[in-house]
Design a protein. Structure first.
Ligand code: SAH
Length: 254
């Protein structure tokens, strides 16, 4: 199908929730879109207007959704695929490139841009101080896309390596026991005094943040609206803040 205007596809991050944390670049892309594509709760965050079609779909259909978006861009539409936070962090950007790789070669000539957003762990870290101020790893605790045994192994090794960690998708109703096991592994690999922060609905109304030592952490403290941050062994409180020194645990800057 030929179109007068060349189609384009933008994969945009909407940030953690607060309106003022949507970047001007993402706002511009949404203002120019003909179609917005995404998971239902994220598409709900886009204001409807004349000339804009909203395509909301359920979870777990990421590659189908990405394929539809690429197809519509190939037909000449201005597509914005929305993710929460940053689109490259456990979100739609990789799904679009997977669909691009599997799709017709003509799609390679489409203009595709990824627009960053503020990811949940950075918004949560900022809300409590600077718990990710030294080296850290971001880990998705969902076993949809990898086996649980691999997740446990990574928790073990990253803890032993002394990195702080941020966990996405920590605990869902369909896998209630795994997060309890994750806490056991972390107590072994990081020690029971390491601080863990549960940050729920960060920057949204009803934001809740709780920091405890791993010894006192319970599985019920996390759900799918929570991002979890585990410090390294030097992560500490100062007043009401939590921070991780910039130097390696035990290392005194010279
Ligand atoms: N692309 C998103 C992450 C999508 S995975 C980003 O960059 O933030 C979905 C997970 O992100 C949730 O299960 C939760 O762990 C985390 N998350 C997203 N928004 C959040 C918020 N406002 N507060 C707390 N956690 C959030």
């Amino acid at each position: 199908m030929t179109a007068e205007r060349k189609g384009s596809l933008v994969i945009a991050g909407l940030g953690p929730g607060q309106e003022t944390l949507v970047t001007p670049e993402v706002q511009d892309a949404l203002a120019q879109a003909t179609d917005v594509v995404g998971y239902i709760p994220y598409v709900k965050r886009v204001a409807p207007r004349e000339g804009l079609t909203l395509h909301a779909s359920d979870n777990r259909v990421e590659v189908d959704r990405a394929t539809d978006a690429l197809q519509m861009a190939a037909e000449g539409k201005q597509i914005v695929v929305v993710s929460s936070g940053d689109p490259g962090v456990f979100a739609m950007a990789s799904a679009v490139f997977e669909a691009l790789e599997a799709g017709p070669t003509e799609w390679l000539s489409l203009e595709i841009r990824v627009l960053p957003g503020i990811t949940a762990m950075l918004a949560a870290a900022a809300a409590i101080g600077a718990p990710l101020g030294h080296d850290f790893a971001a880990i998705n605790l969902s076993d949809n896309l990898k086996p649980w045994a691999l997740i446990e192994r990574r928790l073990q090794l990253v803890g032993e390596a002394g990195l702080a960690m941020a966990f996405y998708n920590p605990r869902s109703k369909s896998r209630p026991h795994q997060f309890a096991r994750a806490l056991e592994v972390l107590r072994q690999s990081c020690g029971t005094e390491t601080l863990i922060t549960f940050a729920r609905d960060v920057t949204k109304p009803g934001q809740e943040i709780l920091t405890v030592p791993l010894r006192d952490a319970t599985p019920e403290m996390a759900d799918m609206r929570t991002v979890v941050i585990v410090g390294n062994r030097d992560t500490r409180r100062v007043g009401s803040y939590v921070y991780t020194p910039r130097f390696a645990p035990g290392h005194k800057p010279g």
